[in-house]
Design a protein around this ligand. Structure first.
Ligand SMILES: C[S@@+](CC[C@H](N)C(=O)[O-])C[C@H]1O[C@@H](n2cnc3c(N)ncnc32)[C@H](O)[C@@H]1O
Length: 296
């Protein structure tokens, strides 16, 4: 899936949509003021705002602010730690999976783990109503600022864990759940997928993407927080901070076991896997061993 993704027909279209978020589209904020505020977020190095008891055992990216996805604001540009992934991800779901239309007017999307909001802004530019959830408060504050600055009424940034996306406000509410780059960061991927299943409408699609193990077996590798994969402590940009990394087959079986049907799984270039699953209709899940017994 990964190879040639920038040549996909929707890549340039989506890239063009991001020009909706350049300084000439600011509403009631002048460009210098906007840049100063964004650079203020970039200089944040703050564990207290996240209410951590012991910052020493917390993830660098939760304490020190790092920009997620490349963004050219016109008068200045920010490189993101995940590059143009917001564009390549959505182009893949549109062109390779035929799972997402280019026009999302009238559709509701839940974007889980939105970081600085690259995918959320892009989904809004495609016409969707987007609820963007992120467990790190400083990123949500930044995205909320951009929502106001660019006047994006369809965007609802929320400082929530995906595990809090339950109940009336979330159940049966979304046509799509974008669950990209998060599966391997969470402590209970089965419960996480079950929540995405519950949040969809019947017929809705879960668009998942994850780091993956190359095994052909249904294997889930433990890759706990002690494994640093890159970056340095001095720059506070170490990557890793994972829990469980599934193989493609484990991913498929996990999605089927929480209730999804028509699950399609495809490996991408470097140890990453895409998956799309449909909630045909709401079905129960095996209750034995569930970490949250009350989960719908
Ligand atoms: C690797 S980034 C992926 C960003 C984006 N979704 C993408 O695919 O490019 C993972 C993001 O998910 C957030 N995250 C991790 N676990 C989460 C959880 N349980 N609930 C909400 N956000 C979470 C992280 O803080 C981080 O911003």
């Amino acid at each position: 899936v990964g190879a040639g993704v920038r040549a996909l027909p929707s890549y340039d279209h989506l890239r063009g949509l991001m020009s909706r978020y350049t300084v000439e589209h600011l509403v009631g904020v002048d460009p210098a003021q906007f840049e100063a505020r964004i650079r203020g977020f970039l200089s944040l190095d703050d564990a207290a705002i996240e209410q951590y008891r012991d910052p020493a055992v917390q993830r660098d990216l939760s304490i020190r602010f790092h920009w997620g996805h490349d963004h050219d604001f016109g008068s200045f540009a920010l490189p993101g730690m995940m590059g143009d992934r917001h564009i390549t991800l959505l182009a893949t779901y549109i062109d390779r999976f035929d799972a997402l239309p280019r026009d999302l007017r009238g559709k509701r999307v839940l974007d889980i783990g939105c970081w600085t909001g690259g995918t959320s802004l892009l989904l809004c530019a495609m016409g969707a109503q987007v609820v963007a959830v992120e467990e790190v408060k400083k990123y949500v504050d930044c995205l909320r600022y951009m929502k106001e600055a660019f006047d994006v009424p369809g965007l609802d940034p929320r400082n929530l864990s995906l595990y809090e996306c339950v109940g009336q406000e979330f159940d049966d509410r979304f046509d799509y759940v974008l669950f990209a780059g998060v599966v391997y960061h969470v402590t209970d991927p089965v419960l996480a997928f079950r929540i995405t299943f519950n949040d969809l409408v019947d017929g809705g699609l879960c668009l998942a993407e994850t780091a993956s193990n190359p095994s052909r077996r249904p294997l889930v590798m433990y890759e706990g927080p002690r494994r640093v994969l890159g970056g340095s402590s001095s720059a506070q940009n170490r990557t890793g901070w994972n829990w469980f990394v599934p193989s493609a087959r484990a991913l498929r079986e996990m999605m089927e076991d929480v209730g999804f049907s028509d699950v399609r799984v495809e490996d991408a270039a470097v140890s990453r896997t895409f998956a799309v699953g449909r909630r045909g209709h709401h079905v129960d899940i095996l209750r034995a061993g569930l970490s949250v017994r009350s989960i719908r």
